[in-house]
Design a protein around this ligand. Structure first.
Ligand SMILES: Nc1ncnc2c1ncn2[C@@H]1O[C@H](COP(=O)(O)OP(=O)(O)OP(=O)(O)O)[C@@H](O)[C@H]1O
Length: 269
């Protein structure tokens, strides 16, 4: 379980990014966080792995306290939390496999990783992760030669190779076209269902949030202003969260068609 109790974050310079957040996220939940730019979504997600320190309040992840954790404790916590970014954050000039193996770095001595001497069991884990997101045939391709959708799937595989308990995704589909965005969201949903990894995703697009989130958390000016199911989150709720009428920019506008994965990924590359 992830538990926020009275969490506030004030950045140097005085911006109140989070104000007195109380939240409980049960193990295995798929949570989507929505809100206008600047509402505090990224800050909320980044407190969970200690990337952003709390100004006040307390935060526990799987019974471990994040605030006040030592560097060593934070390293151990981060080993159990996978993270996916909008810009994929792959090392472009090396192979897909090497990128995924980086998910094993936390349990690999530096000298071994520098020499590329990963254990056989780590390589097996990396291949399993690539299989799970259906890009295993790209294992020896340079990451720079993949399409955006494929790169995001590799970054999901890298996170999976960590064998995480929690998966954080900060705007994971913001750089992808609508069909590919659906493919990636569906991957995240499938992984959440199959492996029971607690998943927290920041999303800009409200239709995607409704389609994939078991639970939607709406943020406005650093506070939680909605917490409910996708069904409960209707247009009126979203207008409350956004404080304005919805526009075409707020939806990705693509119905969840039965996508032929290979075609989409090929067309993109
Ligand atoms: N490192 C930082 N230093 C100072 N202020 C910051 C920092 N990071 C974020 N902020 C500010 O904190 C507030 C919340 O930002 P945050 O990135 O969490 O919002 P967001 O909802 O994720 O928005 P976006 O989708 O644009 O990233 C904003 O006003 C932002 O400008």
């Amino acid at each position: 379980m992830i538990q926020f109790s009275g969490v506030s974050v004030v950045y140097p310079g005085g911006t109140h990014a989070l104000s007195d957040i109380d939240l409980e996220i049960a193990d295995g939940q798929f949570v989507v966080v929505v809100g206008l730019s600047g509402a505090g979504k990224s800050t909320l997600v980044r407190t969970i792995n200690g990337l952003v320190p709390l100004t006040s309040g307390s935060l526990e992840v799987g019974g471990r306290r994040v605030d006040g954790a030592s560097r060593r404790q934070l390293r151990a916590l981060r080993a159990d939390i996978g993270m996916i970014f909008q810009s994929f954050n792959l090392v472009k000039r090396t192979s897909v496999l090497n990128n995924v193996l980086m998910g094993r770095l936390h349990s690999t001595p530096t000298w071994r990783s520098l020499l590329g001497l990963y254990k056989r069991s780590d390589k097996e884990l990396a291949f399993q992760a690539l299989e799970r997101v259906e890009v295993v045939e790209k294992a020896y391709v340079r990451a720079s030669n993949l399409s955006g959708g494929q790169q995001q799937r590799v970054s999901i595989a890298r996170a999976l190779a960590q064998e995480p308990q929690v998966m954080l995704a900060d705007e994971p589909v913001a750089s992808l076209d609508p069909p590919t965005a659906n493919v990636v969201m569906r991957d995240l949903q499938r992984i959440n269902r199959e492996l029971g990894i607690t998943t927290i995703v920041n999303l800009h697009f409200l239709d995607l949030a409704k389609r994939y989130g078991d639970r939607i958390i709406g943020m406005r000016e650093g506070r939680v202003v909605f917490d409910g199911t996708g069904e409960e989150a209707d247009e009126k709720v979203f207008e409350d969260i956004y404080g304005r009428s919805l526009t075409a920019d707020d939806v990705i506008g693509e119905e969840p068609v039965e996508v032929d994965l290979d075609k989409v990924l090929d067309a993109e590359s």
